[in-house]
Design a protein around this ligand. Sequence first.
Ligand SMILES: *[C@@H]1O[C@H](CO)[C@@H](O)[C@H](O)[C@H]1NC(C)=O
Ligand SMILES: *[C@@H]1O[C@H](CO)[C@@H](O)[C@H](O)[C@H]1NC(C)=O
Length: 277
Amino acid sequence: MSLLSVSRRVLRYRIARTLIIIFTIWNLAEIHLIHHRISKADYTVLLRRPQKQERIYIASINWNNELVLRSHWSKALTQLILKLGPENVFISIYESGSYDNTKGALRELDWELERMRVPRNITLSPVTHEDELAAPARGEGWIRTADGKKHLRRIPYLARIRNLSLRPLQDLARQGITFDKILFLNDVVFTSNDVLRLLDTNDGEYGAACSLDFSKPPSFYDTFALRDNEGHEPIMQTWPYFSSAASRHGMKNMSPIPVASCWNGMGMLTSILESVA
Ligand SMILES: *[C@@H]1O[C@H](CO)[C@@H](O)[C@H](O)[C@H]1NC(C)=O
Ligand SMILES: *[C@@H]1O[C@H](CO)[C@@H](O)[C@H](O)[C@H]1NC(C)=O
């Protein structure tokens, strides 16, 4: 082995090591920057009324969420209604089978909405969760596990309940009462400004726009329906989140992230309105 080849090897090793160090520092800086932007995001919200007055159908399905209703949700909803104008919204809430006092919390919300003269349909179903489980197991809504027990499948169940929350929309459409957008609200902590910002996504031009649900920022939560713009599931619950460069780019710049599908806490939809009309 010549002296020359040894020193070349040393040189190659040093270059590789330097590149790895630069790459690592670059990535750490990027992660830090993005986490910083996420933590700051709440404080940069503009406080203002929506740009154009739109009519919004607000739908929510509720199960065992008395705590968040009482601590945040009901208050945030009434504040949102005040900003949008009670005459521009319809509230559709469907609750079924809660073990806690979700019904009580929703009755109190109902009284408050009555006082504010907000058009609404709050249905508190007497069907218990046991009734649902005792119903004859038919079709794709059920699954039988190896031990021979039958279980209610979550997604077909939620799809059915969500359809019920949209029924008043169809009734209203028949009376000629229509809406520009549908907002689905999960049992999440939100502010009226979060909703106004979501509404303004891409100047209001979209089929669907969703929030990201950060349970413990910078980790996001509830990625069940989320697919990046290339149709892939999120790769991690923190940065870089998405495998698609376009989706990552949006996240990095705190601008709307193009996705193929989403739900995540709040969803603002325009596309399904055509199927209702
Ligand atoms: C929900 O409603 C849509 C439109 O009416 C229908 O196509 C779909 O089958 C319904 N889904 C469930 C689970 O009931
Ligand atoms: C609420 O909506 C349900 C489902 O469409 C309907 O059966 C019920 O009559 C409505 N209640 C009121 C008070 O309009």
